[in-house]
Design a protein around this ligand. Structure first.
Ligand code: GAL
Length: 413
């Protein structure tokens, strides 16, 4: 792959079709709340005199965007910047196609401004190749309190309580769980169940170390069983539904809750809803004080033209500036990636998330999201998502699912 990319990139400036200072940015932020967030970056770049060429590829979780990215890079026409994260940053860096961001990082003192886990994820062989945008927390439960009230149900903190509440909600004529039946959404719920019942060490053994015994353990069987129980409380139209449409069901009172990362908050914000009143945001049952992180970031693809290189440096610089870090996260539902930010403008959930992130960072209990490509390679992530979704959509037993999880991961290597 390396030689192919090197040859093609020699003709890159000819094929790019970009005009001076034009920055083509690949991302998958297309929902109402996400689009508002990306607008913040676009405006800041335009203030610097650059032209923003939006290259959005719809599809939550970014799988479609990554497929499109591959074909663009392999045809010698990569975008100027792309939303990429986790270990796939290192995979792209290994191909020799990413711009080194060390100079802009040194000028901006990124080393002293970023938490360890984030710094580590942005570097390849000690050099910065990625710039972090924000930190999302994955293990959140979005609650419509009015629906719970009408159903006479208590907001659950354990899976046992969840089953009791879900039964009441169902009897009262509401959909207990708004779900989008797509592999990445099922994997998003599954990893939170695993963290809750197994704890951070178990989670890391499973989704970072990919340890065979852990993958086929009794705890993993239990996680699959809980996932199937949740399915019983979703509606028949869930298959194929986009995550933000599931969020709308909670917003408009059709459904009582959704298990989703805090990008869902952007939809509540966009709909003018008040946190703590119109909606509640609480840890998924059994994950109180636990934190699955998902860091959005951008990489820049090597460019030959000076003005485009300058635009890449400006983009990286802007992303790390406090102004962008704050405004973007306020729109996106996340928290800043940069340390020591003033959290005064954030709501109770943003403040709580930052406190938990910092405490988890100290206690070494933060865990990277498997479903969102932070914990392992795309190949291993793909194997987990396949098994989880096959289990979710079939009569497979929990035991067979965990056995298959271990086998598929082994085969992915
Ligand atoms: C995640 C990404 C978020 C959000 C979400 C849904 O992978 O980190 O920023 O966009 O997908 O699309």
């Amino acid at each position: 792959m390396k030689i192919r990319i090197a040859l093609l990139s020699a003709f890159l400036w000819l094929c790019s079709g970009l005009s001076a200072g034009e920055v083509e940015v690949l991302h998958w932020w297309t929902s109402g709340g996400e689009s508002k967030s990306v607008e913040v970056l676009k405006n800041l770049m335009e203030e610097q005199g650059h032209t923003w060429k939006d290259f959005s590829v719809a599809g939550g979780g970014g799988e479609s965007a990554m497929t499109v990215l591959k074909s663009r890079v392999f045809s010698g026409n990569p975008p100027v910047a792309a939303q990429i994260k986790g270990p796939s940053i290192q995979e792209w860096a290994e191909e020799g196609v990413l711009t080194n961001l060390d100079q802009v990082a040194a000028r901006g003192q990124w080393d002293s401004l970023l938490p360890e886990v984030i710094k580590h994820a942005m570097k390849y062989e000690g050099h910065y190749v990625g710039v972090p945008v924000n930190v999302h927390r994955v293990n959140w439960m979005w609650v419509n309190p009015a629906v719970f009230k009408k159903a006479g149900a208590e907001v659950p903190t354990t899976w046992e309580e969840f089953a009791v509440a879900a039964e009441k909600i169902k009897k009262a004529g509401f959909i207990p769980v708004a779900h989008g039946g797509k592999p990445w959404q099922e994997a998003t719920i599954f990893e939170s169940i695993v963290l809750g019942i197994g704890g951070p060490d178990f989670y890391r053994k499973a989704f970072v170390d990919l340890d065979q015994a852990t993958l086929k353990s009794a705890t993993m069987d239990r996680a699959f069983t809980i996932l199937k129980m949740i399915k019983g409380y979703t509606d028949k139209d869930a298959p194929g539904r986009d995550w933000n449409l599931a969020t709308s069901m909670v917003i408009n009172g059709k459904a009582a809750m959704q298990f989703m990362g805090d990008w869902a908050k952007a939809e509540f914000t966009n709909a003018g809803k008040t946190p703590g009143q119109d909606y509640l945001c609480l840890p998924i049952p059994e994950t109180q004080g636990k934190f699955i992180y998902n860091v959005d970031s951008f990489v820049m693809f090597k460019q030959t033209r000076k003005e485009v290189q300058a635009a890449q440096n400006d983009l990286a610089k802007i992303i790390m500036e406090p102004k962008f870090q704050e405004v973007f996260s306020l729109n996106k539902g996340s928290i800043p990636a940069r340390l020591n930010m003033d959290m005064g403008g954030f709501d109770i959930y943003g403040v709580a998330s930052m406190n938990d992130f910092l405490a988890g960072s100290q206690a070494n209990t933060l865990v990277p999201s498997m479903a969102h490509g932070m914990s392992t390679t795309p190949a291993a992530r793909g194997a987990v998502c396949d098994v989880v979704t096959n289990f979710y959509n079939s009569e497979m037993s929990a035991k067979d699912a965990s056995t298959s999880l271990a086998q598929e991961i082994q085969a992915a290597y």
